[in-house]
Design a protein around this ligand. Structure first.
Ligand SMILES: Nc1nc2c(c(=O)[nH]1)N[C@@H](CN(C=O)c1ccc(C(=O)N[C@@H](CCC(=O)O)C(=O)O)cc1)CN2
Length: 297
């Protein structure tokens, strides 16, 4: 069997085009232009690229982008003051603080200072609780992107065995919640799971979000399973250049899987596309307008 390669780049381009259509209609019919504020603290090179791309794609979708770049030595008080200012700014519908933050800043305190209705990353404790209890929530972008691709591929996910490897707050846990909401039978596995290979081989849907380069080999995969690779590991290649590889050993797994996301070009591009969806959704909710249909799951 040769796996279907799920083209996240193409899928994300479609989502962005639909967001742009909705934004154009929103402007024309209601005079509203959604706005997204991105806050970057410090000079992590990968974060700088992500924030730049977020700004570029926000503008391409017809929305306002506000970028706040703060020095690495920014104090907690200074960062909280900026968030408070953005919370009360009516032109800002979505706020995100790029992670990771420099070590002296308290990530959880900072995230929970964002107004929950503007928390387009879906990391605020209120949104976490709302997702877990089946209420209307802002859903974290990477898991939302994974779910959109899974729904497109499978249609209904009801009754499927899903194993999520990784228990982070930004990917593993919300991914598991979303799959549970789709009526999958969900297992969250991690580094301490006994006989991880056997657990993973039960999966119809295997989501790898462990942050360990090429850890998932064919021994972990049931024949025909759908494998979603959330890993973004930077490695130095033999030619000295930097390359990007996932948590899944693509060469080993793709002959066995039914479908697989590559890295790069799989889950990654969906993260920013879903951020645009969440910003548009936040703007509609704030103005009491119907939420965009057909954009998400
Ligand atoms: N506040 C947040 N911080 C972080 C998040 C997040 O969702 N919110 N996620 C990641 C980084 N991230 C977005 O911020 C992100 C990661 C990867 C991609 C992406 O498009 N990847 C491409 C490759 C790009 C490259 O060459 O580096 C791909 O996989 O094809 C977009 C966004 C951590 N922080």
């Amino acid at each position: 069997m040769t796996a279907t390669i799920i083209d996240g780049k193409l899928f994300a381009a479609g989502v962005r085009a639909r967001v742009a259509d909705h934004v154009a209609r929103l402007k024309e019919e209601s005079g509203i232009t959604p706005g997204l504020a991105c806050v970057l603290v410090g000079d992590n090179p990968a974060s700088e690229i992500y924030v730049r791309n977020k700004g570029k794609q926000t503008v391409e979708a017809g929305m306002h982008s506000f970028q706040h770049k703060l020095p690495a030595e920014t104090s907690q008080e200074q960062l909280l003051a900026l968030i408070e200012q953005l919370n009360t700014d009516p032109s800002v519908n979505g706020i995100l603080v790029q992670l990771p933050l420099p070590g002296h800043l308290d990530e959880s305190l900072v995230i929970n200072a964002i107004a929950p209705e503007k928390d387009v990353d879906g990391f605020h404790i209120q949104n976490v609780g709302r997702l877990a209890t089946g209420q209307e929530a802002m859903v974290p972008c990477t898991p939302l992107g994974c779910l959109m691709m899974l729904r497109d591929l499978h249609g209904s996910l009801s009754g499927l065995n899903a194993v999520v490897v990784g228990r982070s707050n930004i990917v593993g846990k919300p991914m598991a919640q979303l799959l549970l909401r789709e009526s999958c039978t969900v297992t969250i596995a991690h580094s301490r799971t006994k006989d991880l290979q056997a657990v993973c081989r039960q999966a119809d849907i295997l989501v790898a979000a462990v942050g360990r380069t090429k850890m998932i080999t064919s021994d972990y995969v049931k024949e025909g399973a759908t494998v979603i690779d959330v890993g973004i590991n930077r490695i130095e290649k033999p030619d000295g250049k930097t390359g990007l590889v996932g948590d899944v050993d693509f060469e080993s797994v793709s002959p066995r899987a039914g479908a697989i996301t590559p890295v790069p070009g799989g889950v990654g591009p969906m993260t920013i596309a879903c951020l645009l969806v969440n910003t548009l959704t936040a703007a509609c909710r704030t103005h009491g307008l119907p939420e965009p249909k057909g954009l998400t799951v």
